[in-house]
Design a protein around this ligand. Structure first.
Ligand SMILES: [Fe+2]
Ligand SMILES: [Fe+2]
Length: 271
């Protein structure tokens, strides 16, 4: 498990910014910090063989820079030293995983937990996709993440991705989901999600598809394991069954979200 040291984590937040952050901002920041720490640990253990993770400027280096991007900026839009590898002309979801989302340890581990515990294939796939949008944008990532895949997946998959974000803050004994102790340790016991988060939770809690989102939050808690490497190729068949890959390639199928895939494909385009 990736351990979060309170001091080290808080030191990554610029001076003065902490006071201005809402509780929701802090929780988001913590989750993204944990994902980045996980990728760094696994990349270090592989001896730098994983070039994708190594190319990202570390949080320490970011701290040293005078200006930094807004914290909601996706990983692909943060300062980096290398060029993005080109995608094929008709890129598939697998291409995006290998060339844009990698190393993607957190989502791979989360899907693996769902698979090993015999959850529905739909849930395994939802877990695989639940946080990939963090590469594009971090703000309200449940909503963005759902939208990104909506035209290509079972409606229950995108629904689950949308509501996993608000559900993270609310325990459910029936599913064995506890309020993350980490949030208490880092932010104290007075954490209160913003009203729109609470409303989204209440809506989801009373919805017949509640379990779709709840299971994502459950698998999420098992997906910060240092020492667990998963290859995206293990999910090729599941992706084939669960994702309606457009024949024109992602970004070129004229769907309502094609521009989002093009943005991930070409983060350097100025306009
Ligand atoms: Fe998430
Ligand atoms: Fe997650």
């Amino acid at each position: 498990m990736v351990e979060v040291d309170r001091k080290t984590f808080l030191a990554t937040i610029p001076a003065g910014a902490l006071a201005a952050m809402s509780h929701e901002d802090k929780a988001e920041e913590l989750e993204h910090y944990m994902e980045e720490e996980l990728d760094k640990k696994i990349a270090a253990r592989r001896g730098g063989a994983d070039g994708e993770a190594g190319s990202i400027i570390t949080l320490d280096e970011l701290e040293e820079q005078e200006a930094r991007s807004p914290r909601g900026t996706g990983r692909l839009f943060q300062p980096r030293e290398d060029e993005f590898p080109p995608l094929p002309d008709k890129p598939t979801l697998l291409d995006f995983f290998k060339l844009r989302f990698a190393p993607a340890n957190h989502v791979l581990q989360s899907a693996t937990h769902a698979l090993r515990t015999g959850q529905p294939e739909r849930t395994v796939f939802a877990c695989l996709m639940h946080d990939v949008v963090l590469n594009l944008i971090k703000v309200d990532h449940g909503w963005w993440g759902a939208q990104l895949v909506e035209p290509y997946v079972d409606e229950r998959v995108s629904w689950g991705i949308r509501y996993h974000a608000p559900l993270r803050f609310y325990p459910d004994d029936e599913y064995g989901y506890e309020y993350p102790e980490m949030y208490n340790r880092i932010f104290g016991h007075d954490y209160v999600p913003e009203p729109y988060i609470k409303e989204a939770y209440e809506f989801a809690r009373n919805h017949r598809w509640y379990g779709e989102a709840r299971l994502i939050t459950v698998n999420d808690t098992y997906a910060f394991q240092d020492g667990m490497d998963v290859d995206i190729n293990e999910f090729t068949d599941i992706i084939g069954r669960q994702f309606k890959q457009p024949k024109e390639g992602l970004g070129y199928d004229n769907s309502p979200v094609a521009h989002m895939w093009r943005t991930i494909a070409f983060p350097n385009r100025p306009l």
